[in-house]
Design a protein around this ligand. Structure first.
Ligand code: GUN
Ligand code: FE
Length: 422
């Protein structure tokens, strides 16, 4: 058993932080067995005490929507809106992943930087390419970090190099499922139809069948951009909303489902997400960079929709989920300022989105409670503090002002994760 001593901050509920000053978290086989201000009694003889002194210890970040294959385009090419942005910048970049040597170079850097930012689990889009998707999953396994990784499926409205047949998509997914679908595994496949404009009805049907047959999760994009929504209406005229179109193909909560963006979700679509347990992944940086709009996160939360945050590289520019938390709060304040109705996201709420709420997609992840897997970051913030601050204020200052240099230890499922090779 490992016993960690330090200042623990986490969000068992979204409303407020639980703060345990100089407390103890005991971990056995990667899972938390005791949390409190005193040591468990009797102390097991093999217990090892690791003292983090005055550092903050917080749950690790979960990035629930990110395109590993767009990592080279991070921070560039954000002058267009979604559909033209995809055709002009994104698809040509993704086509390069037919070459596994190129994929290895980019994916290594991507995983290294996720590690650096303190993101221990992620929901990741690769590309249509089987071999480089497999490589990405292997690299996550080598790093010891958690991920659901999707081989992207697409067969219409895309350049020839990124167009596959339904048969090819099924074959590649079946192979990845056979190789990686261990229920205990940290790295698992996820069915990933890119979005409705990129997938024929036959492709969507095949994706839904794959997910249902193997009980595998699904991820895609939903109601991100006005032109995209118009396109979906014309492609699926009998659906009552964008989400309903996915639902008809068994891609909307029939198995655990992540839907990125949800900027323009109607009351009907929000209710469908709630009913189906679909997790809405808010990507504030991407929605600003691509002029998509501003998603009303707080409304989704109040209506009972499961929520999470995503960096959405390379629509989003920042891989640091602490920055994404800040952007989510700022977007909620902008909505409040413009529309006057939306309650703003609080800091504990936004933190909860990136930790406990997101982590629920992986099981019991994202909090320091008995039964939870120990995914944690140790934060040395002494450089940030020139006066006395409360522990909560110290965390707030780290989130707003700190960076990866303040993160001195990272744990995923109880194991300390060392720096991955680039
Ligand atoms: N919709 C379909 N593909 C993409 C993508 O790569 N990025 C974003 N932001 N939206 C998408
Ligand atoms: Fe995306």
């Amino acid at each position: 058993m490992q016993i960690y001593k330090g200042n623990f901050l986490f969000t068992p509920q979204r409303e407020s932080f639980r703060v345990i000053e100089q407390g103890y978290v005991c971990v056995q086989n990667g899972v938390i067995v005791h949390v409190g201000t005193s040591l468990p009694r009797p102390l097991p003889p093999e217990a090892e005490v690791i003292d983090f002194g005055d550092c903050l210890v917080i749950p690790a970040m979960n990035d629930m929507h990110v395109h590993a294959s767009q990592y080279r385009n991070q921070g560039i090419s954000m002058d267009l809106e979604l559909l033209t942005w995809l055709n002009t910048y994104t698809f040509p970049e993704e086509a390069k992943f037919a070459d596994t040597n190129y994929a290895r170079r980019i994916y290594r850097r991507f995983i290294h930087d996720l590690w650096r930012m303190g993101t221990m689990r992620a929901a990741v889009f690769a590309t249509i390419h089987h071999e480089s998707t497999r490589l990405l999953m292997k690299l996550f396994q080598e790093a010891g970090m958690g991920a659901v990784v999707g081989k992207v499926c697409m067969d219409r409205n895309c350049p020839e190099e990124l167009c596959e047949t339904v048969r090819e998509a099924i074959r590649a997914n079946e192979a990845l499922i056979a190789e990686f679908n261990d229920p205990q595994g940290l790295v698992r496949p996820i069915i990933t139809p890119r979005f409705i404009p990129s997938c024929s009805p036959e492709m969507l049907k095949a994706c839904g069948q794959l997910a249902s047959k193997h009980g595998i999760a699904v991820q895609s994009h939903l109601s991100e951009n006005r032109k995209e929504i118009e396109t979906v209406k014309s492609l699926e005229p009998s659906s009552t909303c964008y989400g309903d179109a996915y639902l008809r193909y068994n891609l909307f909560g029939q198995t655990p489902t992540l839907m990125a963006h949800c900027v323009y979700s109607s009351d009907e679509e929000i209710e469908l997400m709630r009913r189906q347990g679909v997790m809405a992944v808010h990507c504030p940086t991407s929605n600003l960079n691509l002029s998509s709009g501003m998603a009303a996160m707080h409304t989704l939360i109040e209506r009972g929709v499961r929520v999470a945050l995503g960096s959405d590289i390379s629509g989003g520019h920042d891989l640091n989920m602490f920055r994404v938390i800040v952007y989510a709060i700022q977007v909620s304040k902008a909505i409040k300022a413009v529309q006057g109705i939306e309650p703003q996201l609080s800091l504990p709420e936004a933190f909860w989105c990136a930790t406990k709420s997101a982590g629920s997609f992986f099981g019991q992840v994202g909090s320091f409670e008995p039964g939870y897997e120990f995914d944690a970051l140790v934060i040395d913030d002494h450089e940030l503090n020139f006066d006395r601050y409360t522990l909560e204020q110290r965390l707030e200052r780290f989130i707003y002002l700190g960076d990866d240099r303040n993160i001195i230890h990272r744990f995923c499922r109880g194991k300390e994760i060392s720096e991955p090779q680039v």
